[in-house]
Design a protein around this ligand. Structure first.
Ligand SMILES: *[C@@H]1O[C@H](CO)[C@@H](O)[C@H](O)[C@H]1NC(C)=O
Ligand SMILES: *[C@@H]1O[C@H](CO)[C@@H](O)[C@H](O)[C@H]1NC(C)=O
Ligand SMILES: *[C@@H]1O[C@H](CO)[C@@H](O)[C@H](O)[C@H]1NC(C)=O
Ligand SMILES: *[C@@H]1O[C@H](CO)[C@@H](O)[C@H](O)[C@H]1NC(C)=O
Length: 472
């Protein structure tokens, strides 16, 4: 073999291995068809500047995260800036103070000074047609989250750990923020140590989303619930979002795991919740949430309050589910936890909405082996055989599609939020204004420029927010 032939061979092998380092598997459920950067040649950026450029430029890209990309401090620090001490922080340095921003959240609370990293407060904007793929078990984006906004679509994040975003501070930053996007697949992501939401969605539609094999690790030294558990986990406020959520592990959280409002359709199956000291589900508006084949272990409150659009599959309700969806529905397993059906949660409208939403095929298993499977497979460094092949059982394609969404006015939502807040002041919850729940600073602009009715709603809900505490 000549040197030239050898060089060609080596080059082709390198090319092949670059492709092989791309996305593993494909999403089941609503985000089926998401291709991210597709067949673009995979490449690793050299530093945070190049990563930021590649995330935001107009090229379809497969971006390899082959090491830790540390953004902390890169956007500057805010030294001796204004923070507040919410009532929830009765534990000093083991709790979370909040950064004062242009929202009114801090208004009722005493002020203090604090030093935080400005970088974390807004995420890195990701343009359309990107795959962001971790290599091995060391893929970390530190100090800044990712934003899917402004109509950008078709994005995959796989095998990446997002961490260390001002974890000391409420309003310190989100790990994943979505507002006006479509076709998002988060797979084998790990999220830990964030100040605000691990995932925040809304208010504009985020279209079709699949979240799978992801680890939500709530262990923290700065806990809004003052017990080493993270409160701000998943906030779903996107209008008409359709989310398939499976094989995820949510552990050591204490609230919003998830909190879902607004008309949207969510299918939670084969997930594992463990060690939650507050609430898992909080469903506060006209959502459609199907909960099946999951395991809840050591979850204080599995289902908070009086959710409306929820269907929980158990031995009593599984036949109604099967009849509507035209397939087997799977019961949940609840261990050492609060009741999953404190009220009736067999809303037929919810099932009908699932049918209308036409979730592409998913394979759902009995909950029996879910806990061990999820612990072994969720998070980073675990890519392999665990990708769900596009499905065996499907969510009833046969039933006739009818539009079952009704768009509530913002005023109605605010009224509900206010009502809910006053009803549940005794629980360790925060059910306040939806406007103040999302943490992206760009949201502030949106709220400000929103319609009169939204402003009215925000004002109404702000009154409710005065009860907004996260008590231990
Ligand atoms: C994304 O990829 C699709 C399919 O190749 C293409 O039609 C679209 O223009 C791309 N979007 C952007 C913003 O580049
Ligand atoms: C929850 O945490 C406690 C203390 O760390 C531990 O003993 C227990 O096994 C955990 N429960 C689950 C379901 O992981
Ligand atoms: C069922 O869900 C729909 C849609 O979320 C909601 O409007 C309705 O109030 C719910 N019904 C009950 C009895 O909870
Ligand atoms: C199943 O859920 C329904 C509806 O929420 C509830 O009324 C019923 O008591 C539950 N059955 C069991 C066995 O937990």
């Amino acid at each position: 073999m000549s040197f030239f032939q050898l060089a060609v061979l080596v080059a082709s092998l390198l090319t092949a291995s670059s492709h092989a380092a791309g996305v593993t598997g494909s999403p089941a459920g609503f985000a089926s068809g998401t291709t991210g950067g597709g067949s673009a040649v995979a490449a690793a950026p050299s530093d945070i500047a190049e990563l930021k450029l590649w995330l935001s430029d107009a090229e379809a890209r497969v971006i390899l995260i082959d090491k830790e990309f540390d953004f902390t401090g890169s956007g500057g620090m805010c030294t001796d800036c204004e923070c507040c001490i919410p009532t929830s922080n009765a534990c000093g340095s083991a709790g979370q103070n909040a950064i004062v921003n242009s929202l009114t959240w801090c208004d009722p609370y005493p002020k203090t000074t604090c030093t935080y990293d400005k970088t974390g407060q807004s995420g890195l904007e990701v343009a359309s047609n990107k795959s962001i793929v971790g290599v091995g078990d060391g893929a970390v984006i530190r100090g800044q989250g990712l934003r899917f906004v402004n109509g950008n679509t078709n994005i995959i994040v796989q095998n990446v750990h997002i961490t260390d975003i001002n974890p000391q501070y409420i309003w310190g930053g989100d790990a994943i923020y979505m507002d006006d996007t479509d076709l998002i697949w988060l797979d084998h992501v790990k999220i830990s140590l964030v100040g605000r939401q691990m995932i925040s969605m809304g208010f504009n539609s985020n279209g079709r989303v699949t979240i799978s094999n992801t680890e939500f690790d709530g262990q923290t030294s700065w806990s809004a619930s003052c017990d080493g558990h993270h409160y701000w986990t998943i906030l779903g406020l996107g209008l008409n979002d359709k989310v398939s959520f499976y094989n995820n592990w949510l552990h050591h959280t204490s609230g919003r795991s998830p909190d879902i409002g607004y008309p949207s359709t969510w299918h939670f199956f084969n997930n594992y919740w463990s060690n939650n000291t507050g609430h898992a589900f909080s469903v506060t508006a006209d959502s459609s949430v199907l909960v099946e084949g999951n395991v809840f272990d050591d979850v204080k409150t599995t289902m908070e309050g009086e959710p409306a659009g929820v269907f929980v599959v158990n031995s009593t309700t599984s036949s109604a589910c099967s009849t509507t969806l035209g397939r087997t529905c799977y019961e949940n397993i609840v261990l050492n936890s609060g009741s999953l059906t404190p009220q009736s949660m067999a809303n037929q409208t919810t099932l009908d909405a699932l049918v209308s939403a036409k979730e592409p095929a998913v394979a759902i298993s009995a909950a029996t082996d879910v806990a061990s499977y999820v612990v072994a497979n969720a998070g980073i460094g675990k890519l392999g055989s665990s990708e769900q092949a596009s499905g065996t059982s499907s969510v009833s394609p046969s039933a006739s599609p009818t539009s079952s969404f009704t768009t509530s006015s913002a005023t109605t939502l605010a009224t509900k939020a206010a009502k809910t807040t006053s009803t549940f002041t005794s629980s360790a919850t925060t059910l306040a204004t939806k406007a103040s729940k999302t943490s992206s600073l760009s949201m502030v602009t949106q709220v400000t420029s929103a319609s009169t009715s939204t402003q009215t709603a925000a004002a109404t809900a702000t009154a409710a927010a005065e009860d907004d505490e996260c008590e231990a």
